[in-house]
Design a protein around this ligand. Structure first.
Ligand SMILES: [Zn+2]
Length: 628
């Protein structure tokens, strides 16, 4: 995923959101975010048969799970659900005969949902392989699904729905064992309104006929958080022989231009990390309410349209989602406490891909911006969550650690690369992916593997104690590599000089700046800059009207923190346009925290709320609650 939210919120969420189970995991692999009894039964395959009902904002039909009984004495299957209406539960035997059974839904926990317990009938007592069919429907309040009315789409004529299952939201559209520790293959039959197209994290067919029914196969086993669906008026454009883009027809041309480098990224990634194991790599550009930058749904990354900047400057997110095809989707974190193994590795691979495809200068600029966000997170997030693999149970898997697993994980891997040399480390990368393909891994298993294969193989470079410091201690070790980019340093110095009146505005070489340099400039403006100087810089750089969503995010966060009212009109429009949490949560937090505009923050939220995904709504509510 890219990204979760920023540290402003992460600090809030840890205290504000309770979790049903708060004690630390008993074993390294226990998943405190799932009710499923996966040591007794494990799912091997899932078949979905669903009708997409836009009017009722519901998916309705059945999920059939092929389960393997691991414990002969076990007679109850516990699945994860949240806000599902369970209609009927039965086992399928003898080629389709139904054996009804008893089931019960437990108490609903706000974060985890409700366990669905199914009794295995005595008739099936000796069976190892079970086929469990659950007839069910979702509710409009599903935390995974966003039902967009036509007016919130680019075309404005057809509704659209999309899912976001990570971290623990798959259970709000499918009853299943919702833990990354279990990998399943899946198949699906999806019925849609005749004029629409369904796509999934599976074998999409760009030429599929629009006849109201779509079939999917996902032959590679995936964890539940990678289950994904979208239905809308979607077109397709080829980007390369194995890559393409799906989006609404209105966005197709500009999307194909913006993401034209996708095929080159795929080829570079294969050259560096080993073969791409998933067949095609396509991307889906969603409407602006998509809550994240991107989601690495296998074969089909879901992306925010806020990446369409018109200058290809924000495509690092595509590199990131593509890299997840190795780190995350192929080798998966065993629990959400090990998420750095997904996100830290992926952020490092993204950094390497950006070097390869766009050059060192740009990769280093992005590295510096990420590092600065990391420092910001260190100030805001409880130190007990600042290790890569905290020994304390996380309050919430979606945001307890902010961006720490991403950028601290990236710096750990850069540190290893520099210590052992690129050639040795690159061999380690492909060996690691190869050795753990299609498996899950905990931080402690990784540490042992790292120790055996890299640290001990070449002693005296990095000790196991040093690696443990990265994993378990807050902040960064003293010998961490501090990212630097001369272009950003220059922009930062110019911000200081211009703020203090030492140089004129027309001497700023803004035309030569990358978007990242502009962001750095804004972030380095003096805290006490008077309103007339803010007006000057806004006019000179066109900040309030920029098409680049990252520059706008940085600028409007400053506008809100400084209470610079002349730009509030554009700020309000920006908050309404995007539902991507990273882009808007810091602005709400800055408004609510500037001492004057808490009420305004609530009003703007009320006006924009219907444009946001339920997960974004949750993030903002936590932020605004905190300022009570
Ligand atoms: Zn990610």
């Amino acid at each position: 995923m890219k990204y979760l939210v920023n540290g402003l919120l992460a600090a809030v969420a840890v205290v504000a959101i309770g979790c049903g189970k708060t004690e630390a995991p008993e074993t390294a692999t226990a998943d405190i975010f799932s009710f499923a009894n996966t040591t007794q039964f494990v799912t091997r395959h899932l078949h979905l048969d669903l009708d997409v009902d836009f009017e009722a904002q519901a998916l309705r039909g059945s999920a059939t799970l092929q389960l393997e009984r691991l414990d002969d004495d076990a007679s109850r299957i516990v699945l994860d659900t949240r806000d599902l209406d369970i209609a009927d539960v039965s086992f399928l035997v003898d080629g389709g005969r139904r054996v009804d059974t008893r089931h019960s839904l437990g108490d609903r926990d706000d974060k985890l949902g409700a366990p669905l317990t199914v009794e295995v009938p005595t008739e099936l007592a000796g069976e190892t392989l079970l086929s469990l069919r659950i007839g069910y429907g979702t509710r409009p309040e599903s935390t995974a699904l966003m039902w967009l009315p036509a007016r919130l789409t680019a075309g404005g004529e057809h509704p659209l729905v999309f899912s976001q299952s990570q971290s623990i939201h798959a259970r709000s559209w499918v009853p299943l064992q919702d833990t990354p520790a279990v990998r399943i293959t899946y198949s699906a039959t999806i019925r849609t309104p005749q004029e629409l197209v369904a796509v999934m994290s599976a074998d999409n067919d760009p030429d599929a006929e629009r006849d109201g029914e779509f079939s999917f196969e996902m032959p590679q086993p995936i964890p539940s958080y990678l289950l994904a669906i979208a239905v809308g008026n979607l077109g397709f454009a080829e980007l390369g022989d194995r890559t393409g883009v799906y989006t609404e027809p209105e966005l197709l041309e500009e999307s194909a231009w913006e993401f034209a480098d996708t095929q080159a990224m795929l080829e570079s990634a294969e050259a560096m990390f080993g073969p791409y194991q998933w067949g095609r790599y396509d991307i889906l550009i969603l409407p602006p309410s998509f809550p994240y930058g991107g989601m690495e749904n296998p074969r089909l990354s879901f992306l925010t349209p806020s990446l369409i900047a018109g200058d290809r400057s924000l495509v690092a997110v595509v590199a990131h989602e593509l890299a997840h095809s190795w780190s995350g989707n192929l080798v998966t974190n065993a629990t959400w406490r090990d998420i750095w193994l997904n996100e830290g590795w992926t952020t490092y691979l993204e950094y390497r891909l950006m070097q390869e495809v766009f050059g060192m200068e740009r990769a280093e600029e992005e590295n510096v911006i990420n590092y600065e966000e990391l420092l910001d997170n260190f100030e805001r997030i409880d130190p007990k969550y600042q290790g890569l693999a905290p020994k304390t149970a996380l309050g919430d898997p979606d945001y307890a650690q902010g961006i720490i697993p991403y950028h601290k994980g990236n710096l750990f891997l850069q540190y290893l690369e520099q210590s052992f040399g690129r050639e040795v480390f690159d061999a380690f990368i492909t060996q690691y992916f190869d050795a753990h393909a299609w498996e899950v891994i905990t931080s402690e298993q990784f540490l042992d593997y790292l120790d055996t294969e890299l640290l001990s193989a070449d002693p005296g470079k990095v000790s196991r104690a040093k690696a443990e410091q990265w994993l378990y201690e807050p902040r960064l070790p003293e010998d961490a590599i501090i990212p630097r980019a001369a272009t950003l340093e220059q922009a930062g110095q110019l911000a200081v000089l211009w703020s203090s009146g030492e140089i004129d505005i027309d001497r700023l070489p803004a035309d030569d700046w990358s978007p990242h340099a502009t962001i750095h400039f804004i972030d380095n403006l003096a805290a006490d800059l008077p309103a007339d100087k803010l007006a000057d810089i806004d006019a000179a750089l066109g900040l309030s009207d920029t098409r680049n969503a990252e520059i706008a995010r940085t600028w409007f966060t400053q506008v809100a923190a400084r209470g610079y009212r002349p730009a509030y009109g554009q700020l309000g429009r920006y908050l309404k346009r995007y539902g991507r949490a990273r882009l808007i949560v810091p602005i709400y937090a800055a408004l609510a925290g500037n001492g004057e505009d808490e009420e305004l923050a609530r009003e703007l939220f009320a006006a924009a709320r219907e444009n946001y995904h339920p997960q974004t709504v949750g993030f903002i509510e936590s932020t605004l609650e905190r300022s009570d």
